[in-house]
Design a protein around this ligand. Structure first.
Ligand code: ATP
Ligand code: MG
Length: 502
């Protein structure tokens, strides 16, 4: 059979897995050698292999194998490695390689007289294929479209987020070394390395999912791997309406904000839906605009024809070659952008983004981590100060006021639902304070018997937002006025509720 190495000499076998050109070999070799020193484990980064055919989603949330299963798996796995010619295997395409492994594993099970039900045998086959060809125990999780995040906290604990709720799964790795090997396989696909000497790494899966790895000694209980799953069909504003994250009227208001070139900051906590919302907002940008996106890990999927996508770069192993977000934004300004979209503002690049917004790049957008629009302002202030500018605080605030038109707040509520809780305008300064004006807010009104939060979006009674003139310029005033009026919610006496949040 093609993949077997039946009568090859022993020495040849040992050499084979170490060749960097064969994607699968390294992983298998490493999997078998948990005692290998971390340097050796990380040495030859395997090039990306075509994503293997993934099995159907399994209910791994409940699945937890017995110790016996793992013993059998390890016996069969070791016998497989002794039988199979990994060099030949790596030349096969993913489907054929899977078939080859299946055949051999079935034979090993028979020869070794392993007693297993058909279903168990199928599971074992699938598991082993995943280990040899793919991302091991992560495969069934990666195959599922309903998972937003996969969080692996060492070999024995894996959590997932589904429908806004975090839950523990039965997924488990043979040991931390196997997990580390899988992390290494993932990051090496984008030319990076993770080991004891460089234990923090950002990467991306071939499908675009965002990956972060932090390894021992920094992660005390074994490698921590976090994957933000890439959604093939990014959510659109219509879907956010369907999920109740916003109302149809608020959707119209957001579309207008995006179209009329307001400068926007999207604020929110971790995983609250900032990037999703930013992506949605870019959907309203006209197709004749030149857009430049700057991201740490490219997640945005703009649909316009004239887009340049830029990505930051971490330093290499010698600590050189880092390209920071600031460098990208500065460079952007020399690329004749009409709009600049920054995936996430985390540091001194805030200054550059505000400057860009201030200097004729209307309609620029970015996200930042904050729990309210007011907090977003103080985060911006401190990020600018981090840049070492000796500017009086009032000047910084004036700069913020002159640059940002709208702050949109995204939140993940405690029932797991994601809402847009504020659409807020930056009005101006009153003495030393920036004044804000909410256009739309979300009020939580209660909780149903199943713990689902009840609430409603409402406009605050503002009929002429500050960006009215822009809306006029783009002929959007009628749509805007209608959406604002229809968002008003009356109290029991029929009077508009107005703004309680100031
Ligand atoms: N309104 C929504 N309703 C349901 N799911 C949503 C909503 N918005 C985003 N999601 C999902 O939540 C997950 C996190 O979204 P997203 O990546 O946009 O968050 P984020 O705030 O940018 O996270 P991070 O802080 O990690 O960058 C994704 O899987 C996304 O599809
Ligand atoms: Mg994000």
């Amino acid at each position: 059979m093609f993949g077997r190495r039946s009568n090859e000499p022993q020495t040849e076998r040992r050499v084979t897995p170490a060749r960097p050109a064969e994607p699968q070999t390294t992983v298998v070799a490493e999997t078998r050698a948990p005692a290998a020193p971390p340097r050796a484990a990380a040495a030859p980064p395997p090039p990306p292999s075509p994503p293997p055919k993934r099995p159907d989603p399994a209910p791994e949330t409940q699945r937890r194998h017995s110790e016996e299963y793992y013993d059998v798996k390890s016996t069969v796995f070791n016998a497989l490695i002794d039988t199979i010619d990994l060099t030949q295997l790596s030349k096969l395409d993913a489907v054929a390689a899977r078939e080859e492994i299946r055949d051999i594993v079935s034979e090993i099970i028979q020869i070794k007289n392993v007693v297993m039900s058909i279903a168990e045998q199928e599971e074992l086959l699938e598991d082993i294929c995943n280990d040899v060809l793919g991302y091991g125990p992560l495969e069934p999780l990666l195959a599922r479209d309903d998972i937003a995040d996969i969080m692996v906290n060492g070999a024995n604990t894996t959590f997932i987020e589904v429908g806004g709720k975090v839950q523990k799964t039965g997924v488990r790795f043979a040991d931390n070394q196997q997990l580390m090997n899988i992390c290494q396989r993932i990051v090496s696909q984008v030319g990076r390395r993770v080991d004891e000497s460089s234990p923090i790494c950002d990467a991306r899966l071939p499908d675009g999912s965002r990956v972060n790895v932090i390894a021992p000694p920094l992660a005390i209980d074994g490698p921590a791997l976090t994957i933000r799953k890439f959604k093939k069909d990014r959510l659109k504003l219509e879907q956010l309406v369907k999920f109740g994250s916003i109302t149809p009227e608020a959707k119209t208001i957001l579309e207008i904000i995006g179209r009329v070139r307001c400068n926007v900051i999207i604020s929110g906590g971790t995983g609250s839906g900032k990037t999703t919302l930013l992506n949605c907002l870019t959907g309203s940008i006209d197709h004749d605009e030149r857009i430049i996106t700057c991201e740490d890990s490219a997640e945005l999927q703009l649909q316009q024809p004239h887009v340049v996508r830029l990505e930051t770069r971490p330093p290499n192993l010698e600590g050189e070659g880092e390209i920071k977000m600031r460098d990208l934004i500065k460079n952007c300004l020399r690329m004749r952008p009409e709009r600049i979209i920054v995936g996430e503002v985390r540091g001194p690049e805030a200054f550059d983004l505000l400057q860009a917004m201030n200097t004729g790049h209307d309609g620029s957008m970015g996200t930042l981590h904050a729990n309210s629009p007011r907090e977003a302002l103080s985060r911006l202030e401190s990020m600018i100060m981090m840049g070492g500018y000796a500017l009086p605080i009032k000047t910084i605030r004036e700069m913020i006021c002159g640059s940002i038109d709208v702050i949109i707040q995204a939140s993940r509520l405690r029932d797991g639902s994601r809402k847009i809780t504020h659409v807020t305008e930056v009005l101006g300064m009153e003495e030393d304070t920036i004044t804000l004006q909410n256009l739309v807010v979300y009020d939580i009104t209660g909780e149903d018997a199943h713990g689902k939060l009840l609430g409603r979006h409402r406009s605050t009674g503002i009929v002429r937002p500050r960006f009215w003139e822009r809306a006029e310029y783009y002929n959007e005033t009628e749509r805007l006025a209608n959406a604002l009026v229809r968002s008003e919610v009356a109290d029991e006496q029929g009077n508009p509720l107005g703004d309680r949040n100031g």
